[in-house]
Design a binder for this molecule. Structure first.
Ligand code: HEC
Length: 168
């Protein structure tokens, strides 16, 4: 009788450890971008809106930039550079005709999810930002990741390499 009360808690602890290890494995296995090792962050679909954007032909895309709490706080305060821990995610979809209303366009198929993570030490060589581009959850190739910082640096270096402004 007594041994049961000893065995049960031990069994629960062991099961708990197995569950924690499995969760760690799942996290470790998440695909990371080349060069930067950036992954798609958990729960980003619930993050706050920074701004929408529309990209004309040849992309014909609707885009939305979302930010985590740290990034959005920095936007609101108008403080640059963005602090470490800031994460920005850009979602994109093909822009398609609304079947319900002639003058409206709506998101069609999802195209890319792009991520920028601020870590001024780890990513010192790229303005403190790590970059990731994902198609259907899979990171695109290294050649594409070589282009990210160059374009952001050439055009918006003065805004901490971030194009999108907080929508009014
Ligand atoms: C040729 C220029 C160019 C290249 C290359 C580029 N971007 Fe951008 N990026 C932009 C522009 C312009 C925006 C502003 C939003 C929009 O128009 O889509 C943007 C916005 C973003 C944003 C939202 C934050 C912001 O700066 O506004 C992220 C995240 C992002 N890009 C990630 C990436 C990643 C990852 C790569 C490389 C795989 C990349 N970008 C390559 C031009 C570029």
């Amino acid at each position: 009788m007594k041994t049961r009360w000893v065995v049960l808690p031990i069994a629960l602890v062991v099961l708990g450890l197995i569950a924690i290890t499995a969760a760690d494995d799942a996290r470790a296995a998440r695909p990371a971008s080349p060069i930067y090792g950036v992954t798609v962050p958990d729960g980003y679909r619930g993050w706050e809106l920074v701004a929408p954007a529309r990209e004309a032909a040849r992309f014909d895309e609707l885009r939305v930039v979302l930010g985590n709490d740290i990034a959005v706080r920095a936007y609101r305060q108008g403080s640059l550079p963005f602090p470490d821990g800031s994460v920005l995610v850009k979602l994109a979809w093909k822009e398609v005709q609304s079947p319900d209303f002639a003058s409206a366009t709506i998101p069609g198929a999802a195209t890319t999810v792009q991520v920028m993570v601020k870590d001024s030490k780890r990513y010192a060589a790229s303005g403190g930002w790590g970059f990731g581009r994902f198609v259907a959850g899979v990171p695109t190739d290294e050649a594409q990741h070589r282009t990210c910082f160059a374009c952001h640096q050439a055009r918006v270096q003065g805004r901490d390499y971030v194009f999108t402004r907080l929508a009014p």
